[in-house]
Design a binder for this molecule. Sequence first.
Ligand code: HDE
Length: 726
Amino acid sequence: MPTKKSGNEESESKKIIDIEPQKKYDEDQFLTTNHGLRINDNQHSLKTGERGGTLIEDFILREKIHHFDHERIPERIVHARGSAAHGYFELFKPIGQYTKARLFNEKAVRTPVFVRFSTVAGSRGSTDLARDVRGFAVKFYTSEGNYDLVGNNIPVFFIQDAIKFPDLIHAVKPEPHNEIPQAASAHDTFWDFISLMPESMHMIMWVMSDRAIPRSLRMMEGFGVHTFRLINDAGESHFVKFHWKPVLGVHSVAWDEAQKISGKNSDFHRQDLWEAIESGAFPEWELGVQIVPEADEHKFDFDLLDATKIIPEELVPVQIIGKMTLNKNPDNFFAETEQVAFNPGHLIPGIDITNDPLLQGRLFSYSDTQLSRLGSHNFQELPINRPVAPVHNNQRDGHMRHTINTGRVSYEPNSLGGGCPFQAKAKEGGFTSFPELIESNKIRSRSKSFLDHFSQARLFFNSQSDAEKNHLIDALCFELGKVETPAIRKRMVHLLSYVEMSLAAPVAVYLGIDILPVPEGYLNRSFGADANPEDFQPLPVKSSVEISDALSMANTIKNSILTRRIAFLFADGVDQNSVDSVKSILEAQGAVVDFVAPRLSPVSSDSGVEYIPNKSFLTTASVLYDAVYIPGGLNSVATLAAEPDAIHFLNEAFKHCKAIAADGAAVQVLQETYFAKKLPKTSGKEEAMEKGIIIGDDPGQLANLFTKAIANHRFWDREKPEKVPA
Ligand code: HDE
């Protein structure tokens, strides 16, 4: 619909009329100090005369500045940059046969959740589009206490034992002498470490794939990573892996695009999440579980306790049991997103941990890190961390205590407090750890069942589409190309050759390295000083599953354009019908349309109706959109054809394999692009669809074909053969 005024302008002027009188007369709105004193001058400090020095007695100034000086808390050592939202979880399919957790038994209950997504390596102010793992941490506020599923968007991890975590993070973070590079793994220390840790090879495949540069936080999977236990009423245990499957499918951007987005809008993911929720397009994920009976623990060719392994879905299918919806943005970033404190040890009855040595180390780390970050063990009392289940215990005092505990009893057992609070029996909801039988020596070692480091890396690589394989190879060329130490590059290429020659060879050619056999005893440093290195050589295992469709994003859901951003490029004289009809069809399916013009001043259409551009070529960029449309209109088309910024916009969209549509009357603009010679001769044909370029004279038909092309996400197949400069 054409508008005379943008939506923003209207609500802006309305706000002033509505809120101003209320502010003036509402007594609660007076500015006060933190002890409640009303302030009558927030413009001047107290001075010895108009031009005199400031008096130390100005307690109002002192309080304000002191509070300000202490506004920052230490950022998280990892996962510092995050974006979060509130929502709820609904169960479709109770799984009482496996777990007594009410969360997974009560269909009628909507369990509130708070979810924080994050990058790992970058600081709080770093870019969203770094090549990195994404944190996917969910806090369920259940009636039995908070349950935290603190996962990632990648189902495996770099290391097998928690004792290597500080080494890994020191290696990936900016190098300590010069704090370079920020939020990037493409540097010597990271690859030095990785090249000496063959166990990381499966994770490296995921991190070098497009999974590490998601299109949106709303379009990525989540995984619990470790194998956990579910315990039912009878006390029986089943192993479980948790999966979050995004309803919009799993989609990524191109690496060149990711780097450009980092410059054009480093808050790209944060803003995307925020705007989707504000617009009512609530992000959704289905929760799936892979269940393995206790008796099948040793049935697989990998160890369930090894966090560098997945359970291929071909071996154990993912059963969908519920759905999570995020429907509310935080009110305050610091109070909620920054202060939320997750902990894999926040368990509820019916869910328990396993002996995964990576998980075991995490159990200690999270509460410890909260202490240094939030300053006190009373962080559980912060509103965002408070459980909805009542808290009764004898823990007392400490910094910043909020609770006012009454009475004289803070010990148990007691008679003076009537014995309260009582311990709960298991049937009263008390937590009992799974009584796993343990018969072993105290030992620093690793199970031989952890020594296969390559079979699942190979499974991942071989399961990718050709375009995905190319991206992975390109990512390795980029990352290792940034490494300056030749020996590190060599070691990495050797390791890659253990994964798959068709992966290692192009990387070796790019780097100009020969693939040589790896010296004996070198491949695994995960042995102690007194151990025999021979005992720790990687096992040459072949995965029983050779291709897994679930591992390729080419097989993801591609049936929706909900929340996809489409740029309409136009100028004065644009054909109104060509704009309105395509826009209404796209918007009816939930897409978001931005008008992009050479200037921000109103654009008059051929019918005289004015459009207010949301963006100009100066304030936005092709990389911030999923698709581009050029409506007709003689003058508009002529202006754009002569506008280098518009042509660059289109060339970039083509380079990043996006859908591009043009009214039949706008072909002149396309003809100015680098990809002009690849344009289909006829409109609306299969051939056009295959390339993702749609040209048509009938706006309705064009919009429908365009919709299919946008839902397809990207036309990766045209990337290499039809590469254009942009
Ligand atoms: Fe974490 N991790 N981690 N981690 N992790 C933290 O806790 C740690 C690991 C994950 O949005 C820290 O509160 C160790 C695996 C997420 O607030 C810290 C080890 C997985 C988040 C910590 C791991 C994760 C964290 C830093 C190896 C996927 C962000 C701030 C044993 C299953 C949560 C904090 C949020 C955060 C330690 C490995 C996920 C330092 C020691 C594996 C999503 O405690």
